[in-house]
Design a protein around this ligand. Sequence first.
Ligand code: MCA
Ligand code: AMP
Length: 451
Amino acid sequence: MLDALTDPTGPDRPALLTLGDAVLSRDGLLEAAGRLSGGLREAGGPVAVHATASVETVVAVVAGLLSGVPVVPVPPDSGPVEREHVLRDSGAAAWVGPAGLGGGLPGVAARAGDPAAYDPDATALVLYTSGTTGLPKGVPHTGRSLAACLDGLAEAWAWTPDDVLVHGLPLFHLHGLVLGLLGPLRVGSPLVHTVRPSPEAYAGATGSVYFGVPTVWHRLVGSPASAHALRRARLLVSGSAPLPVTTFTALESLTGLAPRERYGMTETGITLSARVDEPPRAGWVGRPVGSTQTRLVAADAEGMGRLEVRGPSVMSGYLGRPTPDLDADGWFATGDLAVVDDDGWHRIVGRESTDLIKTGGYRVGAGEVEAVLLEHPAVDEVAVVGVPDDDLGQRIVAYVVGSGSPGLEDELVALVGSRLSWHKRPRAVVMVDALPRNAMGKVQKKTLAEG
Ligand code: MCA
Ligand code: AMP
């Protein structure tokens, strides 16, 4: 999986990885990971990692891949309910992170071990992602599914060891961790991780390829001096949420680079992308990556249908779920609505369910936030929705029926933050007398989301 890292003839650049103040060479990273890999193996099961944007996280992930031990990145800002769920649900056997946060799991001994024989079909990573209801679900990826995703993108973007990748995305989701860390390690291109994806940090780093979620690009174009500094790059890539046409246009005029948009899911890897050797189209996410196939189901008169995908980067099913999540022919229903033009370009029109919110590129299930809010004695009914937001794409708003009192809104926001990840906190709590319902009694979330 980590071809360029483990290949002794591969590029050994003085700075394979720059992360904040830390600089690691290929040999330095291999050595550090090697010192942990025996300890990981002794854990006898998956290892959960407190996935801060740090060298410790990188070393633990690489050690897991070298030793054939599945790694479960845990968002470092998750509250106890979410963290304990991830630790339990993943069957983690050991913990790399601060002692008090590991739910009683043993730590990993710093012990060297021989690299395991690479099994491309063994689970390499388990990534957690929200559904419409309940706590997040585990998505297992194998070396094979990760490699397929990365190789398809490297081809579409002409990504080579001569590139330097820059980004500052979190190291616990597919975007920052797989594309943004395993990508450079597989391709052999150095990575500059800026810890935070701020405009100033992107401007201060020198690279040829930059990754960001639309919020990152929106903030960059709001800081023209920083955006100008990216003129020396060759490729800007946006993903994880729709890139507004206005941001696309502003980015192009400030940097001289028309961004390439790509689309994917934790469950499927990146399945669609604009290519670097073709002009991009604002609002469109391109064609299938590698050997991925797509189809639209139940398309309407305008050609809009439910997007399904299949291919080597798609997971084979959620962790520990008895029912198959793909159909017998391997198609996975993304839950996104799309159109496809005559050239095979895809445009994502929206999501089928209003209960999956994308805020700042993070996926948040409305049901998960509602369940926490309902724990509060002053809350009788609640509906959580994503309201359009220029910066975040959607912002989380909770409509609450209950006995309001001074300070209740802040208390409810804090309650969510104390249980789940911080980005799942509502940005606003609106007290209402009743929730809008249809004749069947179902809450009309579309009405609430439209404001
Ligand atoms: C946030 N704040 C709040 C609340 N929410 N304060 C009170 N109440 C709230 N409800 C605070 C924050 O703590 C922060 O405080 C300040 O407001 C600004 O927060 P925010 O607007 O969220 O900005 P940010 O903290 O700078 O984060 C923006 C971000 C971040 C960096 C773009 O959202 C991000 O890293 N997104 C990336 C998500 C991602 O990687 N998704 C990929 C999923 P303070 O300033 O004090 O800290 S994988 C995927 O989607 C697929 C596979 C794909 O296609 O890639
Ligand atoms: P996640 O589970 O965080 O991996 O989020 C996956 C979801 O993000 C997809 O189902 C889409 O709704 C959304 N998404 C990712 N990339 C794009 C994009 N380029 N345009 C529109 N939506 C996107």
